[in-house]
Design a protein around this ligand. Structure first.
Ligand code: ATP
Ligand code: MG
Length: 625
């Protein structure tokens, strides 16, 4: 985000009325708060290079030097006054503020707890002016256009507060974090941090001529590491009043702490419950337990729709419509995570761009900019255009699984029948299949496949479970979860509790495609099941769903419990371990994975496939050394 300040405006004292509107409070808690405020000011002044120098974790010295617009000499003393600002003049401007600062408080607050001096020079002046805050003296000094603020001996007059500070190393870490937060969202600004004369961090300015997304990606890689970029997918979403972009970490990279969650609103780093809740919800289907996702999200919204004047340190904001921002963030991340990476990888591979060195996670996400709502369809279109046979194969898979044998001879008959319509893929197209050509099954658990990059390993039960689950969800969303009446109802001995649940939740069961009714005082009859699941063990399925429903009790919770119920159903119908699959069945499963959303994770958030590259295989055998 570029600063929206007109640098020519004078610093003026705010009216009392406006002062009373401003969220006041403790601004300076520790050295990092000073760093944040001074960097805010430098950014507002349009700086493209900001250098931070610290001594003793910032307690002895914080110096922030910028190449921004500078402050005219006559305004220097006003800058240090409380409620003096060049950034807003009236309430109207406060309501749509686009700069980091607006209260005219930061410098005054810092002056009151430290020894402060400012050197500044505007483009109109031949030399710089130095203001010593304690003496109030102005004198000529030498420096180029821009401003340097030096803050020495923080809390010197309030030893009690100084005692609350942690070690220099800890305070330094907080200062670096404060600059890092700014740096992530300002790729066109260069930052450097020195501590005790040593360069601690340096992030060079990105070329302003590059696309914004490229600049952001490079800056994210510089600040958070190449791994972050490699293990995340691009977020790009536009809806109504919101634009959401940035990157969302792959589910595998979730952490036990939420320390890699960066959210920005109009270039301001914030902590916001609505946003973090929306992000967590977006991962719900691919991340289980208490793992914390990793993300850097940049939200742009008309400044008039968000109130930044709610917290003294501006770390919180209030949205005019919280629901709207929740939806935007949720959909932005969901869309980004939905596309199977196998397909994305192939898209890049066909451009000769991929390096699949380190397993599935090394597969880079697509760099193409698809509009989110069209995302999934774009993915499918791509599939169809590039892999003409894959679509046919996927359809054959449906036939296959519908004829999924339960056991023995009948099973073989079924499979053979299904295979009649199975198109055997030609070798040329096999090369293009992201998950490759099946070559074997290992211990009844894994499918081994060969693709251009090397070896693909697939957990067949986990993968199939996700495919069935996604199908059930799609069908239920489209209200086409058709059930199939059973010619001979399946009956089973049931507990009084199960019978009560079946009666009580009959509507919910019907919505799930299950018709279950009491046959006697101690037995239930299953009369219909979803078409998809008709071949599985319907009794086990019914029992699990009833048990789950009993926990969730009323049918009113269907919306909330829906995904859990569908997951239970999917688990029952997914191909079991130890079932022998033919190569054609394995290939069909691979093709289906390539076109199924979220197929990279099983329903419990674990990966469904891994890539072992030829390079990794070579390394195993010390080849080429
Ligand atoms: N690095 C800088 N370059 C140019 N002008 C600056 C710089 N730092 C401060 N100023 C000027 O001094 C004024 C006061 O700064 P201060 O940080 O106290 O208040 P603010 O940024 O206006 O509001 P806030 O208290 O919300 O930060 C600013 O409005 C700005 O005009
Ligand atoms: Mg400020």
């Amino acid at each position: 985000m570029q600063p929206q300040l007109q640098p020519t405006r004078a610093i003026r004292e705010l009216t009392d009325e406006l002062i009373s509107q401003i969220a006041a409070g403790e601004v300076v808690e520790r050295p990092a708060s000073v760093v944040r405020e001074l960097v805010d000011n430098a950014l507002d002044a349009g700086a493209t290079q900001i250098n931070v120098r610290l001594l003793a974790g910032g307690v002895r010295l914080i110096s922030v030097e910028d190449n921004g617009a500078g402050i005219p000499p006559n305004e220097l003393p006003i800058a240090l006054k409380r409620h003096a600002t060049s950034k807003i003049v009236d309430l109207h401007e406060l309501e749509s503020v686009g700069t980091m600062g607006f209260r005219g408080e930061a410098l005054a607050a810092i002056v009151s707890v430290s020894e402060l001096s400012i050197f500044s020079r505007t483009a109109d002046q031949d030399s710089a002016t130095l203001l010593n805050a304690r003496s109030g003296e102005l004198q000529a000094a030498a420096r180029s256009v821009g401003t340097t603020v030096e803050v020495k001996e923080l809390f010197y007059s309030t030893p009690a507060r100084r005692k609350f500070l942690k070690t220099d190393a800890t305070e330094l870490a907080h200062c670096v974090e404060a600059v890092r937060r700014h740096a992530l969202t300002r790729p066109h600004v260069g930052f450097a941090i020195w501590h005790e004369g040593k360069l601690v961090e340096q992030w060079r300015a990105q070329n302003p001529g590059d696309a914004q997304e490229t600049q952001i990606d490079r800056r994210l890689a510089d600040v958070l590491g190449e791994d972050f970029l490699r293990d995340s997918v691009a977020v790009h979403y536009q809806s109504g009043n919101f634009t959401v972009y940035g990157r969302a970490g792959l589910p595998d990279t979730a952490r036990s702490r939420g320390d890699q969650q960066f959210a920005y609103v109009n270039g301001r780093f914030i902590r916001d419950k609505v946003i973090s809740h929306a992000a967590r919800a977006a991962y719900e289907d691919v991340l289980h337990g208490h793992r914390q996702p990793v993300y850097a999200l940049f939200i742009e919204v008309d400044p008039a729709r968000v109130d930044v004047n709610v917290h003294p340190t501006k770390i919180e904001v209030r949205f005019r419509d919280g629901r709207e921002v929740h939806q935007a963030v949720l959909h932005a991340i969901e869309n980004a995570l939905a596309a199977p990476r196998s397909a994305a990888a192939a898209a890049l591979d066909s451009l000769g761009e991929t390096d699949f060195a380190i397993g599935a996670n090394a597969v880079k996400p697509p760099t193409t900019n698809v509009t989110p709502s069209a995302n999934n369809w774009a993915q499918r279109d791509w599939q169809q255009a590039n892999m003409p046979l894959a679509g046919d194969t996927a359809r054959s898979l449906e036939i296959l699984w519908q004829h999924k044998p339960s056991s023995g001879l009948a099973a073989q008959e079924d499979t053979r029948e299904a295979l009649k319509s199975f198109a055997t893929p030609n070798t040329e197209t096999q090369q293009q299949w992201p998950l490759g050509k099946a070559i074997a099954q290992l211990h009844g658990i894994y499918i081994l496949a060969e693709n251009a990059q090397g070896l693909v390993l697939v957990d067949m039960h986990a993968a199939h479970e996700r495919i069935v689950y996604e199908q059930l969800k799609t069908q239920m969303d489209a209200q086409s979860l058709n059930s199939q009446p059973l010619l001979i109802p399946a009956t089973f001995q049931a507990t009084a509790h199960e019978i009560a649940t079946a009666e009580h939740c009959a509507d919910t069961l019907l919505a799930l495609g299950l018709e279950i009714s009491a046959l006697s005082a101690n037995s239930l009859a299953i009369r219909a099941v979803p078409i998809h699941l008709a071949r599985g063990d319907v009794v086990a399925l019914a029992r699990s769903v009833l048990a789950e429903l009993a926990q969730h009790e009323a049918s009113t919770v269907l919306a909330r419990a829906r995904n859990e119920l569908l997951a239970t159903m999917a688990c029952h119908s997914a191909v079991r371990a130890n079932r022998h699959l033919t190569l054609d069945e394995m290939n069909a499963l691979l093709r289906q994975m390539e076109v199924t959303e979220r197929s990279d994770q099983c329903n419990h958030g674990r990966p469904t496939w891994r890539q072992l590259s030829l390079r990794e295989l070579d390394a195993l055998f010390l080849r080429g050394r």
